[in-house]
Write a protein that binds this ligand. Structure first.
Ligand code: ADP
Ligand code: MG
Length: 606
């Protein structure tokens, strides 16, 4: 559609499609239509004759007769050049343009320009191209025909044409409702354009095999009943894996404790003897998954564990292989028809590339399932689902009984009492510090400063942090014997701590809501009544902490986080699109995205 010589320009602009170009809208306009009135403070374009000119002390004073207004105006140039002297010689005629104002009752024009042409509204674009280049591109490609054939609606075509080719300045300078309708149109075009691009990017691979095993024997052997959301997830996986046309590509997202492992085990059952591989980000987690698999699946499948430190079973013969990235280094790792990744959000970008390698085998791909405990906002899910199918698990098998309180110095002795009483009931406490070592920038006690205090006051206080090499051992020991664990946020508690009922987050306002949510999810995982204390020095705690303390729903919190946009830790990991929107606001524009999605789905059918 673009001519070859223009494609180079588009590359410079970093734009690919017609809609990308159409959405490159002017940042301002130069209006050289003759003004109808003289408005104090605004730009005047008018015919003028120079009636007087004096050059004094480097300043040029001129008097202009504004022909159409039958009035005089004066202008001063502070840095006079020979060019100015010649241009504004007495008797010369101009179309001048400049901002007008009154000085001691007299009309003045500041630094007027003499225009070569007039009667035009010229859009100004802020891009890497020359104004003439970008204007030529827009003029050539952005027409009502091209915009309609790109799939836009009348209001969108209208808005874009007005922005690029306004007939009067009022078309683009109005306020209120009118501008709102233009912004609305730009949002829809942006949503539509983005979704259409993602849809085209989606790669469909053939599966190695359609998998038709049954998860029922496993489900029936469980000592508990699965939640409706777990069953729904299993059903979705079942129909994915049954396809012989399309390798599954799905992410199952559910809060910590929503029981994703059961979906993993059920998926392995469906794959059965056709073999599945499950990879976890840490050996601790791999071990825990292997334990659970052994507990619930050993009657049905042959299992094996592969980590750097320890292995179990014969992975070359197993039906279900569980491991860490150590799996990737096994030359004799058998091919699997289903590959699963647990805690997807904790794999780094580099590791994810390796996962891709694991999930590709020439023309055909294994079915690929990912599991994540990072809830994403609904709007983002709507967008991502163009690339990858998404299942959300919202129900929890145990009702979460977590009270969240925002506290400060004044509440410290009450907090101590609470901790003492919890320890008496054999419950455990986690205290999270913002830093390991003290820092001038962070007005809170650091982990290392706090340690002595807690160890003097309580027994069995354990300490660890992200860089601690012994953290796995510390955690395991804490699980058995500990009362209090002091740590930083960096440590991801990979193991479940069923007796953990209290978490204290020091300097809570310093953390993003997504992080706070992950931390709070550590307590009360087995239905014990639990408490989360957000400790802050702030005199009035930020509103987002208040709102956070009122809900336990991870998907709601993801929405809140978007709204406050403080954290930045929310979107990394899951998002594949990564593109920032100029107009679209993911925290508000759900309806617009939904409508765009609907339109995009129709286009693809043609
Ligand atoms: P996730 O991986 O989603 O964070 P897990 O799969 O580790 O959560 O499940 C948390 C705990 O809940 C585990 O001890 C698991 O055995 C248990 N569990 C899972 N599903 C159910 C259920 N439907 N009923 C009761 N307990 C469940
Ligand atoms: Mg899990």
């Amino acid at each position: 559609m673009f001519e070859p010589k223009d494609i180079a320009l588009l590359k410079k602009l970093k734009k690919r499609t017609l809609l990308d170009l159409a959405l490159t809208i002017p940042t301002s306009y130069e209006d050289t239509t003759l003004s109808k009135e003289i408005k104090d403070g605004s730009t005047l374009v008018a015919r003028a004759t120079v009636t007087n000119s004096s050059n004094f002390a480097g300043r040029l004073h001129i008097t202009l007769n504004l022909v159409d207004f039958n009035t005089q105006a004066s202008a001063i140039f502070f840095r006079t050049t020979p060019y100015h002297l010649k241009l504004f010689s007495v008797g010369s005629e101009h179309i001048i343009s400049g901002r007008v104002g009154y000085y001691r009752g007299a009309l003045q024009i500041s630094q007027p320009k003499s225009l070569k042409s007039f009667g035009e509204i010229t859009p100004k674009y802020k891009t890497v191209l020359k104004q003439s280049e970008i204007r030529a591109l827009i003029k050539k490609y952005i027409t009502s025909e091209t915009l309609y054939s790109a799939g836009l609606l009348p209001n969108e075509v209208d808005a874009l044409l007005k922005l690029h080719f306004p007939k009067s300045i009022s078309e683009v300078k109005s306020e209120g409702e009118y501008i709102e309708s233009i912004v609305f149109a730009l949002k829809s075009v942006e949503a539509y354009s983005h979704l259409a691009k993602m849809r085209r990017k989606r790669i469909v691979n053939k599966p190695i095999k359609a998998l038709n095993g049954s998860a029922l024997p496993f489900i029936e052997s469980l000592p508990f009943t699965l939640t409706d959301d777990q069953l729904k997830a299993i059903q979705e996986v079942e129909s994915d894996l049954a396809s012989s046309e399309k390798a599954a590509k799905r992410i199952i997202i559910g809060d910590v404790g929503s029981g994703k492992t059961m979906v993993i085990l059920a998926s392995a059952m469906i794959a059965g003897k056709d073999r599945s591989i499950l990879m976890a980000p840490t050996s601790l987690l791999a071990n825990q998954l292997y334990e659970e698999a052994t507990k619930y699946l050993s009657g049905f499948l042959n299992l094996a564990l592969v980590t750097q430190k320890n292995s179990d079973g014969d992975y070359t013969k197993a039906d279900f292989i569980i491991g860490t990235h150590a799996l990737l280094y096994k030359d004799d790792l058998p091919k699997a028809s289903l590959v699963m990744i647990d805690e997807q959000h904790r794999f780094g970008a580099g590791q994810r590339a390796m996962l891709d390698a694991l999930s590709k085998q020439g023309e055909k791909s294994p079915h690929f399932l990912q599991f994540s405990a990072t809830p994403i906002p609904r709007t983002q899910a709507m967008i991502e689902s163009e690339l990858i199918d998404i299942t959300t698990i919202k129900m929890l098998p145990f009702k979460k009984l977590i009270d969240t309180h925002i506290i400060g110095k004044a509440n410290f002795s009450a907090l101590l009492e609470h901790i003492e009483s919890e320890i008496k009931q054999e419950h455990q406490i986690l205290i999270v510090y913002p830093l390991v070592e003290p820092s001038d920038e962070v007005p809170y006690t650091s982990l290392s400063e706090a340690t002595a205090y807690w160890q003097k006051k309580f027994e069995n206080v354990y300490v660890t942090h992200g860089k601690d090499k012994a953290k796995d051992e510390v955690l395991l020991e804490f699980r058995e014997r500990g009362n209090i664990l002091l740590s930083t946020t960096v440590i991801e508690v990979g193991i479940s701590l069923p007796r953990l009922t209290t978490i204290v987050i020091v300097g809570a306002e310093r953390f993003g809501l997504a992080t706070l949510h992950q931390l709070r999810g550590r307590v009360g995982r087995q239905g014990l009544e639990s408490h989360c204390f957000l400790y802050t020095n702030a005199k009035t705690p930020p509103k987002r902490l208040e709102e956070f303390s009122q809900t336990l729903d991870g998907f709601k919190i993801a929405m809140l986080d978007l709204k406050y946009r403080n954290s930045g830790d929310l979107l990394d990991g899951v998002t594949q699109s990564g593109e920032a929107f100029k107009w679209l606001d993911l925290s508000e524009d759900e309806a617009i995205i939904a409508q765009a999605k609907e339109r995009v789905s129709k286009i693809a059918l043609r």
